[in-house]
Design a protein around this ligand. Structure first.
Ligand code: ADP
Length: 583
């Protein structure tokens, strides 16, 4: 609400201008509105018209003394109606007949070009010499520009105050992503102009209307309001609050004069009404809390003064605050929902991991038994084995191994995810590790008709690693190279180093991997397509396990590949300080 001072004093540049005008020779006054309320009258004007400081704020008609003011008021009326300047108008004088008043009146127009104020210069006709005319012209320009400046300054200051307030409230509302904390922040909303506090209604999780705890800035009134907690809920016919917002999605204004009736209707009983009457409730303004087209609740601003009403600026500010509050409440709710979903997903994932772990463990035992009995039969322990039986038993054995491999992968993966894997990091001579891994897949390489080259480019290279885990990675990469390289192709294994890292490469001239899959192949259960030897393929866990193992040893596993030309996998490991000769 705007409050102006009765003596018309203004701050800043306008103030110093007024000081000059106050004591300058031209008799100047300013009136406001169609009733010509006197806003300002300088010393000369007061002397001439016998207007006093007490007349400021009153209509000029009753204030100008000593001479009839009717001529002056008629001129003012004319200028106010027409919006045109009246210059050098002479007025009838029923006084001594010697001196005559003359005046010039300028209208000051508002934004829609209607006169808002009038600036009056008054003089006695015999004074109308050239010097004064000049002074008048200068005064005219200065006065009009000062008035314009004052209005512009007021508007700029008001909008800057509003922007600062909104920014601060926006920050306060966005401080937390917890629903309860954000709701408390919304309940503390206020409109500074009317010292207004607020009542906040929201829909609860079951869709029922719920009134949040009311926060009153006055501690004594807060005690009275606490009595209402849990007892005063919104009801569909309420004239304010969420029920009003549900009926129409625009702001609902209940002016000071209608508040008693509104409270009687919205209190739902004499007891609550008694408490509400005790805390001096003024005008009410309900604004809906809407986000993405959904009504989340409503804020009802309550004016503290019994007679104050909300202005258009108050309503605009309340709506801005409601938008910010609705966004804050919505973000907090979405964050809460996301956390619940994450917790659900984690629980489901834990259950799945436990299931996989138990199942793979349980499957390994009978599978090992199958392998053992096949070996016993093959050894002839149960009697002689015919050549045809031997071939079949061989097939059983190779399928049993394949199944065991898949289950071992699953078990490894589950164990890695649960963090139950321990690492024995030592100095590992890399060429030895390569030779040992190659020897384990050698038979497969030969069987597939592939050429394998082991480069001894850095003979004594030593890495810091868990020897067994490095073996596991190498065997997995070599098996993949074999699986995905057509007969006659090449596989190359070698190592190199930087000052701090060792790089072991497994390169093949196989089918390659499409560029868009290069990242995905390290995700569990991802396979580009079935390998060359269909039934030999795994379940898409080998690379996921290998990269986890490499990373756990403070290294990494990377890939470069070109479709139809081949792939190059690189294991990166920390380099040991020493370099040994191959033992
Ligand atoms: P799998 O045990 O199924 O081979 P991996 O995790 O080891 O699972 O590999 C995932 C997928 O990455 C494979 O199914 C294959 O599509 C692709 N891949 C892995 N190594 C190679 C390679 N050397 N050449 C071409 N594709 C490969």
């Amino acid at each position: 609400m705007r409050r102006s001072t009765r003596d018309g004093t203004e701050p800043g540049a306008v103030g110093s201008f007024q000081r000059y005008m106050e004591h300058g020779p031209p008799a100047i006054a300013v009136t406001r509105g169609a009733g010509h309320t006197l806003e300002f009258a300088n010393q000369s004007f007061r002397r001439l018209t016998r207007v006093t400081a007490a007349d400021i704020g009153r209509p000029i008609a009753g204030s100008v003394r000593g001479r009839p003011a009717s001529g002056l008021v008629a001129t003012l009326d004319h200028v106010f109606r027409s919006g045109a300047v009246a210059r050098d108008v002479s007025m009838a004088d029923d006084g001594d007949g010697v001196k005559q008043w003359r005046c010039t009146v300028w209208p000051q127009l508002d934004a829609s070009d209607r006169p808002e104020r009038l600036v009056i210069e008054l003089w006695e006709s015999r004074q109308a010499d050239l010097t004064l005319a000049l002074q008048r012209e200068v005064a005219e320009r200065m006065l009009l520009s000062a008035l314009r400046e004052r209005d512009a300054t007021e508007k700029a200051e008001a909008s800057s105050r509003r922007a600062t307030y909104l920014a601060a409230e926006g920050r306060r509302l966005a401080e937390s992503l917890e629903v309860a904390v954000t709701q408390r922040a919304v309940a503390q909303l206020a409109l500074p102009s009317l010292a207004a506090w607020c009542i906040v209604d929201v829909f609860d999780s079951r869709g029922a209307m719920h009134r949040l705890r009311i926060v009153h800035p006055d501690a004594v009134k807060q005690v009275a309001l606490r009595e209402l907690e849990g007892r005063w809920s919104p009801e569909p016919s309420d004239p304010f609050g969420l029920p009003a917002a549900l009926r129409h999605d625009a702001p609902t204004l209940i002016e000071a004069g209608q508040v008693d009736a509104a409270l009687a209707a919205g209190a739902h009983g004499p007891e609550a009404l008694k408490f509400l009457q005790a805390i001096d409730i003024g005008a009410l303004l309900t604004v809906p809390l809407v986000v993405r087209g959904t009504l989340l609740g409503a804020v009802t601003f309550v004016s503290d003064g019994r007679d104050d009403n909300f202005t258009e600026e108050d309503i605009a500010l309340a709506q801005e605050l409601a938008v910010r509050s609705a966004i804050a409440l919505d973000s907090a709710k979405m964050h809460g929902d996301a956390l619940s979903l994450k917790a659900l997903a984690e629980t489901a994932s834990r259950a799945k991991t436990t299931f996989l772990g138990t199942m793979s463990h349980e499957l390994r035992t009978p599978l090992n038994a199958i392998g053992g009995y096949v070996d016993l039969i093959l050894l002839g322990v149960r009697g002689p084995v015919t050549p045809a039986q031997e071939i079949d038993l061989g097939r059983i054995r190779s399928n049993q191994r394949h199944l065991l491999g898949l289950i071992t992968d699953l078990l490894n993966f589950v164990q890695l995810g649960s963090g139950r894997v321990s690492y024995d990091i030592t100095d590992v001579v890399v060429p030895d590790a390569i030779s040992s891994a190659v020897s384990l897949v050698d038979a497969l390489i030969v069987q597939r008709g592939l050429i394998c080259e082991v480069c001894d480019d850095d003979d004594g290279l030593v890495a810091r690693a868990d020897a067994e885990k490095l073996q596991q990675i190498l065997i997995n990469l070599l098996s993949n190279a074999v699986k995905f390289t057509p007969s006659g192709g090449r596989i190359e294994v070698g190592c190199s180093a930087t000052e701090t890292t060792v790089h072991i490469r497994v390169v093949d001239s196989g089918i390659g991997i499409p560029a868009e899959k290069l990242d995905a192949i390290f995700d569990p259960f991802v396979q580009v397509k079935e390998g060359f030897a269909g039934r030999d393929t795994g379940i898409g866990l080998g690379l996921a396990i290998s990269r986890d193992l490499a990373r756990a040893m403070e290294g990494d596993l990377t890939v470069e590949s070109e479709l139809d030309l081949g792939s190059r996998f690189t294991i990166v490991l920390p380099r040991a300080n020493r370099t040994t000769a191959t033992s």
